[in-house]
Design a protein around this ligand. Sequence first.
Ligand code: NAG
Ligand code: NAG
Ligand code: NAG
Ligand code: NAG
Length: 827
Amino acid sequence: MGRMCVGGFRASREARATTRTSFRDRSDSTSPSRCSQTTLRAIVNRARTYRVHLLVSAILLGLLYLTWPRSDGLRPIRTSDPTVALGTKWGGGVGADEGSTSASTSLRRKGLAEHKAAAAAAAGSSSAPSFSTKVREEIHHLAEQSLQAILRTRFSPSRDDLARMLQSLPPKQPTLRFKVCNGFANQRLSVVYGVLLALRLGRTPVLPVLMRDGIQRTDATVTAHGANRVPFEEVYDLDYFLYKLAGAGIRLLEPHEAPHPSAYTEVSLGSLGSNVSGSLATTYGHLQHLSIDCPLFRMTPAEINQRTDEPVIWAVLDAMRPAALPFSYVSRMQQAIRHLGAVNGKAATKYNFLHLRLENDWVEHCKRWSSIPDGIVRDNCYNNTETIDVQLRLFAFSTDVPLYVASYWNDVDPERANNVMGRLVDAGYRVITSNDVFPEAMKNEDREIRALVEYYVGFGANRFIGNSVSTFAALALLERRHQKLWAAYYNGGNLPVVPYLPVHKLPWVFTYNSWSAKYDYMLKAAVRSAAHFNTLQPYCIFDGNTSSPIGRWLVDNNVTLIRHVPRWREELLRKAQSRMKDNVQHSHLYKNPDMLVSTFQRVDLPVVPILDQYTYVLYTDADVYFRRPIHLDDFGLPLPRSVSMSYEFAKMFPYNAGIIMANLPTMRRNYKAFLAMMLDNDDGLYYPNYGPADQGIINKFYEHDLRNQMLNQAFNTKPYNDFDPDSFLIHFHGPKPHEYLSYLDTGNCDFYSVCEQGFLKSLCQYVMEWQAYIPEESAMLRLGDLCSWLTNPTVTAVFQKRTGLLAQTQAVPHDKRTAFAQRQRLA
Ligand SMILES: *[C@@H]1O[C@H](CO)[C@@H](O)[C@H](O)[C@H]1NC(C)=O
Ligand SMILES: *[C@@H]1O[C@H](CO)[C@@H](O)[C@H](O)[C@H]1NC(C)=O
Ligand SMILES: *[C@@H]1O[C@H](CO)[C@@H](O)[C@H](O)[C@H]1NC(C)=O
Ligand SMILES: *[C@@H]1O[C@H](CO)[C@@H](O)[C@H](O)[C@H]1NC(C)=O
């Protein structure tokens, strides 16, 4: 085996792959050093092509190789890995950062196990039918949702079911009582926070009493007292709640099961400083029974750990569903809406839901909230409210579907109400409000019951849109998206609640097809790295055969496949061909029509059905991987007005369209004008001064915004630049890993001097992280091993000295930049 490594420098790829795989299984093997000789030769070879003094370098490297202490070759990431130093510049959460090194390692092991399991599964043919069902389901999600079954499936555990379930989960002795506060959504979230906190402290949470009316007339917190108290079971289905939570391993005590209130020590959270969970654990850990005030948003974002807390948050939210009486109100309201929305005597089959915050208290709230002097950008509280009809069009709300508009109408300035509702009616919407459909019996119900009913009427809607600054709408949006239901917000910007409720997934979109198998390994690393951090919702605009291995793989890895044929396809191809003969330089743009259309697909982001619910999506090419959890706010506030992109090879405009932070409502507003400019081209889809293809036109159309607000390079980090320990997203722009490997083997690089540049800069540091995501790719493991050898500082120094450090700007000759960019477009 060792002989093969040394002697088989030009042996077949398969032979090398086998070699690597087999010695990987022997932890005490000495072979890695033998294989390092391969690298040595590779470097020497490179050195020769640069007419560097071969003999001296070979001797030097040989000496080095003999004396250099080896890393054990089996570790994908060394402990000195720079990821440890994360989280300063970009304010990444403490919890998110810790242990990313070991996490990657374990992922690799897990990956291997999964790989074996997958192979075993593939051997049996039983997975085939479930696969086709799954694809159909995914594609079904693209269609408009009919009224959701979520409320209709009323599985009700009996008391016996519940007792059996609870028996296996005896309550732990220290307990925690907590209160809830404020309005409907805040009370709902108070329960989430109370349970989270109790579990953090190793205590059994006691079910809180809820509140009938949590209206906040000032910024002060409102909690339950006297007649304002309402038992949990009048609002939510108690048995279901306890049963579902027990199923998730969480035991709650009903108030009567818990020790008498006199056994409790009361602690005010306000007195505990910023680290509430830490203080409760250290200062009050010895007390058996602890009672706290309302825990809502009391845990700071730094105290919340997305990885461990997200399952708890969903367990609690999913377990809360309306009790029987409010549920009957929901059903009656839905019926009334469909009935009122009837056309030609036929009841509507579905309705859309707009939660419109335009009450007087909201106007006041926005003024206060937007002017908090803490330097945080709060620019989206009241935006687009009075032009809501425009937003509904941008979010593709059909006028054929009745529109329920929820607001607290008693507190809305009549002139404002008339103006806004008038605009909706003029725009053709058939508008229905609570005044039309609140069941008579409900008119005397408490405020929060009415809010709960509207919340679930919103849950049952076909489309839901609200204001992301409103906790009610933000929570509804998060819960709906969690259930794969369409949900949007009309006010632009971010979702301010997310740092306190880290369950929001930023949509991540890429395009792929079934005929680029040689790039599959990169795509797999991208998808697995995203899944590892679990803050993105992956979508693939997929072309070709969804039953192909990669199509199946994507579906199995929870990527939603989107089929989309752009309406401009034929015209684009005509434009591309029109100058084929005169324009040899640009000819490979249309060598392959499918590839050309595929690279242009990103301009259709704003019109792809399932994506039309999002305000922001992250678009990337497939040759990327993620290094950290990414949240919307990480892109920096204010968020881009249209699109945001980063440098290409040179640090200048035009920018690289391989990674785009896209504001979809803006792109939708500009879509027609954009297409017109795109197709008004007689240069074979080359845009003079802006570059080729999709990248050229995006730079041309959005030049002003792009220049105004560049995407931070931490989201489009290239391996031929200096290492960036804080980078979120690595983009193998230019040479792909297999091309870097082949450069080491053959000395040839199709990308001018970019391959040398990669090895001299940061490629190897990234590759060693990245390879952990594709443990089944033996060639890439070999690249990783070569890299771990090459990144030894002394080797690096000699390599640099001997090859001569190329100036970055010379890596791609000036007159070749266009060709370089062009090749990128179709890589
Ligand atoms: C909070 O305090 C606990 C206990 O003192 C500590 O372990 C934890 O790291 C602290 N968390 C934060 C975010 O400061
Ligand atoms: C909201 O409107 C204000 C005032 O017009 C504007 O400055 C701000 O950029 C808008 N915010 C968003 C997120 O669009
Ligand atoms: C799609 O791929 C599958 C699996 O490779 C193959 O069996 C099937 O024939 C392909 N379908 C088409 C239309 O090419
Ligand atoms: C896909 O999602 C399901 C449900 O959330 C999860 O159990 C499963 O582990 C995921 N699969 C992969 C490969 O990530």
